[in-house]
Design a protein around this ligand. Structure first.
Ligand SMILES: NC(=O)c1ccc[n+]([C@@H]2O[C@H](COP(=O)([O-])OP(=O)(O)OC[C@H]3O[C@@H](n4cnc5c(N)ncnc54)[C@H](OP(=O)(O)O)[C@@H]3O)[C@@H](O)[C@H]2O)c1
Length: 298
């Protein structure tokens, strides 16, 4: 458990909830699982697909490939030109679907505007969907069936558990109902499990007085993608505040949670290095679990 805290101005200091130690723990478990698979003659493979020449996307792919290699994964990669057609992308996805040696596939988002990402995702084998965003996997999540979990929500559950933030029976308010974060997180934290089991409320633009709900929350999760939308007056004193939503302006990261919330919160994710590192760790957890299932070792 972390004992560091953040103090903004004078007054109360919130305990910090960094993501890095959570990610380290998850990745250590992944590395151990990869080791067992390799000892059993299976090299887990996480394939990546990049379309176009976006620098940031290419950078993310490089980081993931480096991490994959460090963990012992094979990482076949296909780079399609920015002019690639939907049929080109479908063919790459179909090849990876058919390749029994590939256990997970990641199509880096965003892809060029003339292509339909959701279509490509829907064409992916749901069992190889390491983002956990395939419609079948969203359905499994809604039904409580096993399958790859959406990475950011799963990372938030792991972060709260790691820092021993009690969730079961508590009032969680999620600001945002987006498909990546708010909606799947609400489903996840309402599941019957000691690290979840919460009373979850989801608020959005349809709830004009969302601050009234936010102020009730014992755990408040910002998932709106609106910089600075969560301010101290929205936080119940002593509450746990998780900043999931971010917007990028160039390379500058603008979080949903205003830093001054640390004056009121009991615990809070740091401005940088909170939810982000746990998201990446969950991608590898999904990938190794896919390999374990395929090998009958899961
Ligand atoms: N940290 C990470 O690793 C990580 C990973 C993935 C995503 N994210 C971030 O998570 C955020 C959410 O992504 P998403 O794809 O799930 O959601 P999204 O599709 O961007 O939707 C945003 C949600 O926030 C709500 N919202 C926006 N402005 C609001 C306002 N002024 N008042 C109340 N509600 C408001 C919207 O309400 P309506 O539905 O009514 O429009 C919507 O439900 C994004 O900032 C994204 O960058 C972070």
């Amino acid at each position: 458990m972390s004992s560091s805290s953040v103090s903004v101005g004078s007054g109360v200091s919130a305990r910090l909830l960094p993501g890095a130690p959570v990610a380290d723990q998850v990745l250590a478990e992944v590395a151990a699982s990869v080791g067992r698979l390799r000892a059993a003659g299976v090299t887990p493979a996480l394939a990546t697909v990049l379309v176009g020449d976006d620098d940031a996307s290419a950078g993310y792919i490089r980081i993931k490939q480096k991490q994959a290699a460090a963990l012992g994964f094979a990482s076949p990669h296909v780079h399609l030109a920015a002019s690639a057609s939907q049929a080109d992308l479908r063919a790459v996805v179909a090849d990876f679907n058919a390749d029994a040696g590939v256990h997970g596939v990641l199509v880096q988002h965003p892809i060029p505007g003339h292509l339909d990402y959701d279509r490509a995702l829907a064409e992916l084998d749901p069992d190889k969907d390491v983002d956990g965003m395939h419609p079948v996997n969203m359905g499994r999540l809604a039904l409580g069936l096993p399958g790859p979990l959406p990475c950011t929500p799963a990372g938030i559950e792991a972060l709260l558990a790691f820092h021993r933030v009690p969730v079961s029976g508590r009032e969680v308010v999620v600001l945002g109902r987006g498909a990546t974060l708010g909606r799947p997180l609400a489903l996840l934290l309402a599941q019957k499990r000691p690290t979840a089991n919460a009373a979850v409320t989801v608020v959005h633009t349809g709830v004009a007085d969302w601050p009234r709900y936010a102020r009730r929350a014992e755990i408040l999760v910002a998932a709106a993608g609106v910089p600075g939308i969560v301010r101290p007056e929205h936080v119940r004193p002593g509450a746990v505040v998780v900043g999931g939503g971010v917007r990028y302006e160039g390379r500058r990261l603008l979080p949903d949670v205003d830093e001054s919330c640390a004056r009121v919160a009991g615990a809070i994710t740091p401005r940088v290095g909170g939810v982000g590192p746990t998201t990446v760790a969950m991608l590898f957890r999904n990938a190794v679990r896919a390999a374990q299932r395929r090998a009958g070792l899961g």
